[in-house]
Design a protein around this ligand. Structure first.
Ligand code: IMP
Ligand code: MG
Length: 429
């Protein structure tokens, strides 16, 4: 394996953390390449279940080195909180194991304040962001006024830059959003304390990965969010501000396309979305409740970062076909197939209908997408529980039929299927 990339094919929350965890067992380095602490995955260490937002889930594998890549926007307070929680559980997060690219951008309290204020100003047009300051941090990056992690190694420069940054944002907060200004001095002091702890973790991420590849190491690029939230290819403007797609992995880590091996697309066996924006196969009422769960189980469909109930719907193969194209997927992983057990019939969206016409491809115009109706094929369901199955051929015929239908329509092989919450609940082709 050179560089394998794990991609969300839908709107995030496909269960990428699970798959990363499985594939990380064979990797030397696991690297996050985009997004920030808007992402969230639940991991299990012994009897403890807890949530990570920034540190790659590969950290639980002793021999794996983790990298927060240049494409990430990092809130230092969050990464330190996660480091402390991991340390308390006996996980080594020393600089030898956890590295941060010098080119990674910092998320500041001003970014968070602007994210909140800007959502409030948008009113009913709000994107429904996670309010973690992600959009404003990427805005500063693109505006060439961002603060990079390299500053953490230079206290004097950091204090100056942070003071100027907060002072500038205070003008925006006061005059554009009528929001409370921040205390620039206090924020600068706070970040100096973060810097003391994080500076030893800084590294040239691209060089680290390049040298590792030359040594024959295996690298896993851990995606966050999903293809439909991509700033260019998602349902703009209801997207995140980064590129969670396969090409984003290369930009976000500083590597070229020739090193890529597998591009693994993770798809949930149904659809979910948090926040606003078009969602053709969305359900409500009892059918939605059936897919979402009550919230009593950790795997029920409630946001890891925000706790919001996720919008849910049937599987959309127009979306999956699009994700296969945008990412150049080499294979698919289907998660949470067990949730569909017991349904008499399972609708799967194969095309859209727009103003009486059939559309086989995802329309680029969000106004058109918002008016698309799903064209469903009803596939037969299966009655038996499938949690104990480990080989595709041991699944009920209808479950195999569902998987094969997806693979045929998306023209991509399904290599793995998850049938329960544990690592062992995995069916291999
Ligand atoms: P932001 O990334 O916080 O700016 O939020 C933009 C949109 O992306 C909102 O609809 C969020 O709900 C969504 N989003 C961001 N990160 C995730 C994620 O990790 N899983 C699911 N949705 C996400
Ligand atoms: Mg998530």
């Amino acid at each position: 394996m050179p560089l394998d990339i794990i991609i969300g094919t839908q709107w995030g929350d496909e269960g990428k953390g699970r798959i990363t965890d499985l594939l990380a067992a064979q990797a030397n380095i696991v690297a996050r390449y985009s997004g920030g602490d808007n992402a969230g995955h639940t991991i299990t260490i012994g009897a403890d279940v807890f949530k990570l937002h920034l540190i790659p889930s590969g950290i639980v594998h002793e021999n794996v080195v983790c990298l927060i890549g240049n494409g990430v926007v990092m809130n230092p307070a969050v990464v330190l909180r996660e480091m402390d929680a991991l340390t308390a559980r006996g996980v080594d997060v020393s600089p030898a194991r956890l590295k941060i690219s010098t080119n990674t951008h910092l998320v500041t309290p001003a970014h968070i304040a602007i994210d909140r204020a800007s959502e409030r100003l948008k009113g009913s047009d709000a994107i429904g962001t996670t309010q973690r300051g992600i959009g404003p941090a990427y805005t500063d990056k693109a505006a060439r006024s961002g603060l990079r992690a390299s500053l953490l190694a230079d206290p004097e420069a950091l204090a100056d830059a942070m003071y100027d940054h907060i002072a500038a944002k205070n003008t925006v907060l006061r005059h554009l959003y009528s929001a409370e200004p921040l205390d620039a001095e206090a924020v600068a002091v706070e970040y100096l304390a973060y810097a003391r702890r994080l500076a030893p973790h800084l590294t040239d991420g691209s060089l680290l990965l390049h040298n590792a590849l030359r040594n024959g190491d295996r690298i896993l690029a851990e995606g966050a969010q999903g293809t439909m939230l991509d700033i260019d290819h998602g349902t703009y403007p209801f997207v995140t501000s980064s590129a969670p797609t396969a090409s984003g992995a290369l930009v976000g880590l500083g590597l070229g396309p020739s090193v890529v091996g597998r591009v693994v697309g993770v798809a949930k066996a149904f659809s979910s979305r948090v926040g606003g924006g078009p969602f053709a196969t969305e359900l409500d009422g009892d059918e939605a409740h059936r897919l979402r769960g009550s919230g009593a189980n950790p795997w029920d469909e409630y946001g890891t970062t925000t706790g919001r109930p996720r919008r849910v719907g049937w599987l959309d193969l127009v979306v999956l076909r699009y994700a296969a194209r945008i990412n150049g997927l080499t294979e698919l992983v289907l998660t949470k197939l067990d949730i569909l057990s017991g349904l008499p019939e399972i609708p799967v969206c194969v095309a859209y209908r727009y103003q009486g016409r059939r559309l086989d491809h995802l329309p680029g115009d969000p106004a058109i997408l918002a008016q698309c109706m799903p064209v469903y094929v009803n596939l037969p369901g299966w009655k038996t529980e499938i949690g104990d199955v480990r080989r595709m051929r041991d699944l009920p015929d209808a479950a195999q039929g569902y998987i094969n239908f997806v693979a045929d329509v998306v023209e991509t092989p399904v290599r793995m299927v998850s049938v329960g919450p544990a690592r062992s609940h995995t069916v291999y082709a």
